[in-house]
Design a protein around this ligand. Structure first.
Ligand code: MG
Length: 157
């Protein structure tokens, strides 16, 4: 078994859609980035790559590459899982936490878990989405950005 962690942060700005775990969340701001800036999906990609010993998301999908401009990050997760599974790994489970002062993500957690589970071909109960505020503290608390953390366990199939 192998464990990987992923962590990502993106800045909240006006005139961007907020996409988390591949789901569009109604909010007056969105995350800035070269791709759709889906901070949660990026953390999951990094955790998978980390567990497989395959580097990080920036090495595989550089933000200098126009091919990834505004890309739906679920496509990056699909590609990541394809690369990792080709090395003979399977996923036991994915556990995540999103750090956001707003919006409240409770109503969207199930849809996000389903989207992620479909993308990496895993039963929904093996994907866990948690969300927390930071009690008003730091860059998350001030609404400057959203962060996400992920831990993945892989086995060799
Ligand atoms: Mg990112």
């Amino acid at each position: 078994m192998r464990i990987g962690i992923g962590y990502d942060i993106h800045r909240l700005v006006e005139k961007r859609k907020l996409i988390l775990g591949g789901i569009e969340i109604p909010f007056d701001k969105g995350l800035a980035g070269h791709s759709d800036a889906d901070v949660l999906t990026h953390a999951i990609c990094d955790a998978l790559l980390g567990a497989a010993g395959m580097g990080d998301i920036g090495e595989h999908f550089p933000d200098s590459d126009p091919a990834f401009k505004d890309i739906y990050s679920i496509r990056l997760l699909e590609k990541t899982w394809e690369m990792v599974s080709q090395r003979g790994f399977r996923i036991f489970n994915i556990d995540t936490t999103v750090f956001a002062e707003a919006p409240r993500l409770g109503p969207f957690k199930q849809a996000i878990a389903e989207k992620i589970s479909l993308t990496v071909d895993l039963p929904p109960e093996c994907v866990n989405i948690k969300a927390t505020t930071t009690e008003g503290l730091g860059f998350v608390g001030s609404g400057e950005g959203i962060a996400a953390m992920c831990v993945v366990m892989l086995g060799v199939s």
